[in-house]
Design a protein around this ligand. Structure first.
Ligand code: 5AD
Ligand code: SF4
Length: 454
């Protein structure tokens, strides 16, 4: 692969390079792209590895303890790398961004002197200023403000990389599930104004983007203002985006069950550009546990929503998140989770052992579950979910699916795209197909992908 952006135009300043390591959710993937957009005018080209970078950013995740630990071990490796570069007179700026920066900024600065500064998720537009301050070795080294509005106003227009793109429409969360750090790290719910989102979508479509995935921690709680100041639902926003020329596919993530309005459910049946795939976290199949989690819905209510969604769009592929071993979870509660999985039939799912997060209500609850019990439950749940995913993939064999071709495949002569159900599809094809939606007959399936023939 060539990197045209690495070439320094004759006579211009030498190109500096930035390496961004992204952990966690799709919101962080979007944020990392936006950080690159902010840094591009400063002359920062993309580096493929930390040892060729003048600036290394770790865009971190705080959702589970393991994710946080990874940051500190990576910082250990980066210290050696910074020292090595220093021996040859090259300076390296090391930045911690994302939710760990927001939650543990001061601790990071204390524990890891290798870090030049930390920047929270709402302050990425200030990166140029923070880098300049570091160069002068003055000023504050922590920026963990909560001002999403200011950030979105200040960020430059996005640069598309291929035919699919994320578009952040909402940030933060007011739901306060008792296990979750997001309301503390990402702050209160904020919806971007409709016009700003439509403008960003048009800019992306003009650069060849065919599929938009709207992002938000609580995306279906979206209620941004339109040009006339009226509150707009996610369903209405999706309908507006569906009218943009060039936008062929729409998705949104992550949703909360209590915000699945009748209007949004109906849209799954009415709007052909809205893809038949929905990530709708349930967390547990036990209504007792859901109550302790402060999820604001029962298992029965979740099943009723699924039924309505499938009435609107019978082929809808459902994905979800589970936590096993939440404080007080009994074997009977866990069996209720397995029963819910059997009742729904998921196309894909993410499942985690409960991780005690400092400052969240559940971390202080009685009845913390033993590690080996969590491990056992997770294995049983994942074996059932894997079977369902494999079954869902197998059922596509023999069908012809419209595949949006996104990139070259790993093998020469192959391309890789996505089915409407968000499955990866590999098939023999020319790279000229990238950006097109082509009918592909599915001839084989595996746990994580499909193989087809165009
Ligand atoms: N422990 C384990 N999993 C968690 N999640 C959020 N907080 C925790 C925690 N403390 C999971 C939830 C959420 C997903 C993004 O991460 O399932 O939906
Ligand atoms: Fe966390 Fe619950 Fe908000 Fe999702 S809805 S981000 S799990 S607090």
């Amino acid at each position: 692969m060539t990197h045209p952006e690495k070439e320094s135009p004759a006579g211009s300043a030498p190109v500096k390079r930035v390496y961004i390591e992204t952990y966690g959710c799709q919101m962080n993937v979007y944020d990392s792209d936006r950080m690159r957009d902010v840094l591009a005018p400063l002359g920062y080209a993309r580096a493929d590895a930390p040892d060729e970078a003048d600036l290394v950013v770790l865009n971190t995740c705080h959702i589970r303890e393991k994710a946080t630990e990874k940051v500190y071990s990576e910082l250990g490796r980066l210290r050696a790398h910074k020292d090595r570069r220093a021996e040859t007179g090259q300076a390296t700026t090391i930045v911690v961004a994302g939710c760990v920066a927001q939650a543990e900024g001061e601790e990071i600065m204390r524990r890891a002197p290798v870090v030049d500064f930390v920047v929270g998720p709402q302050a990425y537009h200030k990166l140029p200023e923070l880098i300049a301050r570091t160069a002068r070795a003055t000023g504050d080294r922590i920026d963990a403000t909560f001002e999403p509005e200011e950030k979105f106003d200040a960020l430059p227009a996005p640069r598309a990389e291929g035919p699919t793109a994320f578009l952040s429409v909402q940030e933060g969360c007011d739901k306060f599930c008792t296990f979750c750090v997001v309301p503390y790290t990402r702050g209160a719910e904020y919806s971007r104004p409709v016009d700003q989102i439509v403008a960003e979508a048009k800019a992306l479509a003009a650069q060849g983007v065919r599929e938009l995935t709207l992002l938000g921690q609580n995306v279906n709680a979206y209620h941004g203002k339109d040009g006339g100041g009226a509150e707009t639902s996610l369903a209405r926003l999706l309908r507006l985006l569906a009218r943009i020329e060039g936008v062929e596919r729409l998705r949104y993530t992550t949703s909360h069950p209590v915000e699945m309005t009748e209007e949004l459910i109906a849209l799954h049946g009415d709007e052909p550009k809205l893809m038949p795939y929905l990530h709708l976290p349930v967390q547990s199949g036990s209504s007792r546990v859901l109550k302790a989690m402060n999820r604001k819905h029962t298992a029965e209510e979740y099943l009723a929503i699924v039924e309505k969604l499938r009435a609107a769009r019978p082929d809808l592929a459902l994905s979800t998140d589970f936590i096993v071993g939440f404080p007080g979870e009994t074997e009977k509660d866990f069996e209720d989770t397995l029963a819910l999985v059997r009742a729904v039939g998921f196309a894909s799912a993410f499942s985690f052992k409960y991780s005690r997060r400092p400052g969240t209500p559940a971390s202080g609850m009685h009845g913390q579950v033993e590690e080996d019990v969590k491990t056992d439950r997770l294995a049983r749940l994942q074996s059932l979910l894997s079977c369902q995913q494999r079954g869902f993939n197998d059922r596509q064999i023999g069908q012809t699916l419209p595949v949006l071709v996104a990139e070259r495949g790993r093998k020469p002569g192959q391309v890789l795209g996505k089915s409407p159900y968000l499955q990866s599809v590999h098939f023999e094809g020319d790279a000229g197909l990238i950006g097109q939606i082509v009918p592909v007959r599915i001839i084989d399936a595996s746990q994580n992908s499909l193989t087809g023939a165009a």
